[in-house]
Design a protein around this ligand. Structure first.
Ligand SMILES: Nc1ncnc2c1ncn2[C@@H]1O[C@H](COP(=O)(O)OP(=O)(O)OP(=O)(O)O)[C@@H](O)[C@H]1O
Ligand SMILES: [Mg+2]
Length: 401
């Protein structure tokens, strides 16, 4: 989940400043804008009187009793309705806490909170739990083009559906060159481009019409795989469609094309599981280092990246070893998939999954192993967050600007 909000922090203490600034390293805030101002509540009132209100205010104050409520009233006069506020004060009083929450303050902390406490308060204010994603999202991307990431994505999806006997939706995000329909021997009547064009009026029932059945439990939102789609892609283009898809199946597998732009970054940061597919050579090592250095700090230790080496054994000489990837990327390759031109070509030509071509081949069993590795279900039960998700918690205090 990635929040797209503007946060204004008006702080007094260096402790709160450090905590607030630490938020920017969290993937939840990858696309949020944070501005930090010294001077606490007084500077907030002054600043907001002549500047647009952010979606979230984090305000530190030393005011107590009546003075505190006067400050809140002054803040309310300067803010747009729907603005959330997290207040950091000094008065430790349960009744005060209750009154503040009743009046629409999202959270009140006595003294600077920890980073985790502050993050939890922001999520509480912006994330609608009733809209929780049903699915476990697995994004698969190649470190370079042509390394086999789509083959891995489609077969992981198929293996997952067998392992878990659960629904899986594959989204082929490679609009121009996607291969998912070919790999499942389908000729889609409608594709992701049609779904994106209808994004504002889509619901689950309508979206089902754009899905193609690949097997008992696997469906595909196919790409046209043609050059003339005419769609300009961005995170915001995909967001409504992905939000619906995430309600429709236990697993969503995203076949991410080898391009580097902000929507791809969002997908790879946000997915529950991110699989990076590499072939064991120097180019992949260099690009892997760059990608891991970008993704790891944003995903954090709780969401590690799965590095997969593919086509292992293809180059007889000079192939890099898993150890060399481990040393440079500080990630242990999770799975090594052997080069098996026979099984892969048979599958490709027949439009079938590897298991149908050879259930015992190592290429098939290693992808089954990968599917097991990424099958863990998350339990945070939260949905995509946006500024407009929860209506004006602070509305009883704030008047229209
Ligand atoms: N382990 C393997 N052994 C042999 N052939 C493989 C293996 N993995 C993938 N291939 C073959 O490599 C080709 C490219 O695979 P695929 O289309 O999945 O790559 P990709 O990374 O998605 O490419 P693109 O960057 O174009 O999206 C396919 O013909 C596929 O069958
Ligand atoms: Mg591909």
């Amino acid at each position: 989940m990635i929040l797209r909000i503007k946060i204004g922090a008006f702080i007094l203490s260096p402790e709160l400043k450090a905590t607030v600034e630490s938020l920017t390293g969290d993937r939840l805030f990858l696309r949020s804008e944070l501005s930090v101002h010294e001077g606490g509540s007084r500077s907030a009132i002054e600043h907001l009187s002549s500047n647009p209100t952010p979606d979230l205010l984090i305000v530190e104050t030393t005011a107590e009793n009546e003075a505190l409520f006067e400050e809140l009233g002054a803040l309310a006069d300067s803010c747009a309705p729907g603005t959330r506020i997290i207040l950091v004060g000094s008065e430790n009083d349960v009744n005060l806490f209750k009154t503040l929450i009743d009046q629409g303050v999202s959270q009140y902390f006595v003294g600077p909170p920890s980073g985790d406490e502050l993050k939890a308060a922001v999520m509480e204010a912006f994330v609608d739990k009733s809209q929780g994603d049903k699915s476990h999202v697995i994004a698969v991307a190649g470190l370079r083009g042509g390394v086999g990431s789509s083959m891995v994505a489609h077969n992981v999806a198929s293996e997952l559906s067998l392992l878990k006997d659960d629904d899986v939706i594959i989204v082929d995000m490679d609009i121009n060159f996607g291969t998912a329909a070919l790999n499942f021997n389908l000729q889609p009547a409608q594709t992701i481009v049609d779904a994106l064009a209808q994004a504002s009026s889509l619901d689950e029932v309508l979206l089902t019409r754009y899905l193609e059945a690949c097997s008992k439990n696997v469906s595909l939102l196919a790409s046209p795989g043609s050059l003339g789609s005419g769609v300009e892609l961005s995170s915001l283009t995909f967001e409504p469609v992905l939000k619906l898809i995430k309600q429709m199946a236990a697993y969503v597998v995203l076949d991410v094309p080898h391009v580097w732009n902000s929507w791809v970054q969002d997908i790879l940061v946000d997915a529950d599981e991110t699989i990076l597919v590499a072939t064991p050579d120097l180019y992949n090592l260099r690009d892997g280092k760059n990608l891991v250095e970008f993704l790891s700090p944003h995903r954090g230790p709780e969401a590690p990246i799965h590095l997969v080496l593919n086509r292992v054994g293809q180059a007889k000489n000079g192939e890099l070893k898993p150890k060399e990837f481990r040393e440079v990327l500080a990630i242990n390759p999770a799975v090594s998939i052997p080069y098996d031109i026979e099984t892969c070509t048979t599958a490709m030509n027949n439009g079938e999954m590897l298991r149908a071509s050879s259930s015992r081949a190592k290429v098939t069993t290693s992808i089954e192993e990968l599917a097991k590795l990424v099958s863990g279900k998350k339990d945070d039960g939260v949905g995509i967050g946006n500024a407009d998700k929860k209506g004006g918690l602070f509305s009883s205090l704030f008047k229209k600007k």
